[in-house]
Design a protein around this ligand. Structure first.
Ligand code: HEM
Length: 389
């Protein structure tokens, strides 16, 4: 039995700053944390950065306790310069704490944007992009007389970006159409900015733990996130503004065709627009950030594992031949029958979990994890759930 109120074990820290200095000296932070946890032989640890305590978890059993059993009590998020800017003041789902706004946007995401009706309405977009990616790969193979290797990551990124753009904005390119099926210069800029924003959000940043340093641009972190958000806004905003004008001033269209149409046309109880321009920008940015990297990682790892295990690749190919055959391309409706390939994807999630760090979960009230005490509030409140190595 652990004594009541005992925090998880952690490395000894300095007065006031805690483990801050060790963390800065030993970057990258996540590798140092894994090392410390191995030395302490623990699956749950507590690090102190100034007045904040961060509890890290590496076992799937405790992760289940965080995400399933204690999901509601650990549903708040921690505040940071990056998440504040990216979410336009916590107007999205992933960076905002539990509360009315979080419940509303989550409900809209699950019951409107991701509803079976919307998904079937937007099937055409995904079909176009499935065809485009096959043509793109075919064209890449045909370039020149020598067969060239295909960069799997670039190909998947191109596909994920294009699908996200179609579902969100109903168009694949911001302005000029690129004929070879790849990303145009503006889409590349958009993608780079999305990755820069993700990096800024997930990196260890001193000012998240010493708030009075905010505004001093420590490590140039603030400039970077501002630049990323500026580029994403420059790409997204004209489309959003024009579409708001179309729906709210010029009578709209016959029906909603994509996620942006839905966000603009939703009404509150009084029949007024549910979301403001800033709220719509925040949802769009959230979808920009949430849909590409995780999906790309899973496909890339699955293909990498298959290439390293040719017998698995052969089984997957046989399944495709059996269910789809060689006379047509795979359709979304085939997926329910492609059980072996789905199992491969799930296995690669197990071997290579989604994020090194997930967004922090913060305790809304005192609780326990693996028998250790996790108090509510400002002192001990961040749960950085780390993937196991
Ligand atoms: C293979 C693909 C994906 C993976 C592996 C993935 C993984 C994750 C993970 C690990 C989280 C954090 C959960 C937590 O902190 O409790 C998350 C949150 C989220 N994801 Fe995904 N995701 C994927 C695709 C998507 C897509 C396609 C969308 C939207 C169209 C999306 C929207 C979100 C949102 C809105 C959140 C925040 C949820 C919340 O805070 O309650 N994700 N995702």
């Amino acid at each position: 039995m652990k004594p009541k109120g005992q925090l998880p074990p952690g490395p000894r820290g300095w007065p006031i700053i805690g483990n801050m200095l060790q963390m800065i000296i030993n970057r990258p932070a996540h590798l140092w944390i894994h090392r410390v946890m191995e030395e302490l032989q623990t699956d749950i640890a507590c690090f102190r950065f100034a007045r904040f305590h961060v509890i890290t978890v590496t076992s799937s059993k405790i992760a289940r306790e965080v995400l399933r059993e204690k999901d509601e009590v650990l549903a708040d998020r921690s505040e940071s310069y990056a998440s504040h800017l990216i979410s336009h003041g916590y107007k999205n789902i992933s960076f905002s704490s539990y509360g009315e706004n979080w419940k509303l946007v989550k409900k809209v995401m699950t019951t409107k944007l991701m509803s079976p009706t919307t998904l079937s309405k937007t099937l055409g977009y995904r079909n176009i992009e499935a065809d485009n990616i096959v043509t793109y790969v075919y064209n890449l193979c045909q370039l020149g007389s020598v067969r060239k290797p295909i960069n799997v990551r670039d190909t998947i990124l191109t596909y994920c970006h294009a699908v996200m753009m179609r579902m969100m904005f109903g168009q694949r390119h911001f302005d000029e159409v690129v004929e070879n099926g790849g990303l145009g210069p503006k889409e590349k800029e958009h993608m780079d900015a999305i990755y820069l924003a993700l990096d800024c959000f997930f990196s260890f940043n001193l000012t998240n733990y010493i708030p009075f340093l905010r505004g001093w641009n420590v490590d140039k972190a603030e400039t970077e996130v501002r630049e990323a958000v500026h580029i994403i806004n420059r790409c997204n905003d004209p489309i959003i503004q024009e579409r708001i004008h179309l729906w709210r001033k010029k009578g709209g269209k016959e029906m909603e065709e994509d996620w942006l149409d839905i966000l603009i046309t939703l009404k509150d109880d009084q029949g007024l627009p549910l979301f403001t321009f800033d709220e719509i920008r925040a949802q769009c940015k959230e979808i920009n950030l949430a849909t590409i990297d995780n999906t790309m990682n899973n496909v890339e790892w699955t293909i990498a594992e298959m290439l390293n295990h040719p017998e698995i690749l052969e089984k997957a190919t046989n399944e495709l031949d059996m269910i789809v055959g060689k006379d047509r391309l795979v359709q979304e409706s085939d997926i329910s029958q492609l059980n072996y390939i789905k199992a491969c994807s799930k296995e690669s999630f197990r071997l290579h979990p989604a994020n090194v760090f997930m967004p922090h979960h913060v305790a809304r009230e005192d609780t326990t994890l693996a028998g250790y005490f996790v108090p509510k509030g400002k002192t001990v409140n961040d749960i950085g759930l780390m993937s196991s190595k």
